[in-house]
Design a binder for this molecule. Structure first.
Ligand SMILES: Nc1nc2c(ncn2[C@@H]2O[C@H](COP(=O)(O)OP(=O)(O)OP(=O)(O)O)[C@@H](O)[C@H]2O)c(=O)[nH]1
Length: 178
């Protein structure tokens, strides 16, 4: 679908509305789009060219639709992915249950895929800590268990972003794949 050479395939997974598209926007364009929420239909592709040491690497990022209606389609997009960013909304516990669903699938069907767990919308917690519905330490234990990296981030503020910098750790996937 992309028609572009891709060195590392990355897939975004997670419940609808958790902020996958916003994370990609922040990472690729360093911006946060305001306006009415528009759910992704099927999946969207974005390429990001980056330098890793003396090499140029093209990340091909597949942003899947979170709606369960598109679940079967999302499976097509994670095939052969070197990395999966499995997102959950820090203010929505059900979204973490959905994240665990995707982790389980990846662990059984895409063993070579490095999993990154991403708690989104951390700015909402800065406004009011009582909005947190997913405990950091619980997720850290879970992440250790599944050998995943964990980061909490805000695409809105770009703060502790963490998303940009930490997502760049994906380049380690490239090194692994050489
Ligand atoms: N406060 C806040 N809102 C966010 C953040 N990231 C995303 N949102 C909002 O959350 C809503 C959903 O964001 P999307 O990025 O479209 O979510 P998605 O996971 O791609 O959704 P689907 O396409 O349905 O799977 C939008 O209204 C965003 O503006 C964030 O970091 N902070």
């Amino acid at each position: 679908m992309s028609g572009q050479r891709v060195d590392v395939k990355v897939v975004m997974l997670g419940k609808e509305y958790v902020g996958k598209t916003s994370l990609v926007e922040r990472y690729v364009h360093d911006r946060f789009l305001v306006g009415p929420y528009q759910n992704t239909i099927g999946a969207a592709f974005v390429a990001k060219v980056m330098s890793v040491g003396d090499r140029t690497v093209t990340l091909g990022i597949w942003d899947t639709a979170g709606s369960e209606r598109y679940e079967a389609m999302s499976r097509i997009y994670y095939r052969g992915a070197k990395a999966a960013i499995v997102c959950y909304d820090l203010t929505d516990s059900s979204s973490f249950e959905r994240a665990k669903f995707w982790v389980k699938e990846l662990r059984s069907l895409e063993e070579g895929c490095q999993i990154y767990l991403c708690g989104t919308k951390s700015d909402l917690l800065e406004e009011d800590r009582r909005r947190r519905r997913v405990d950091f330490h619980d997720v850290q234990d879970y992440a250790d268990n599944i050998k995943a990296q964990l980061f909490e981030t805000s695409s809105k503020t770009g703060q502790s972003m963490s998303s940009s910098r930490k997502l760049q750790r994906i380049t380690s996937v490239w090194r692994l794949s050489r």
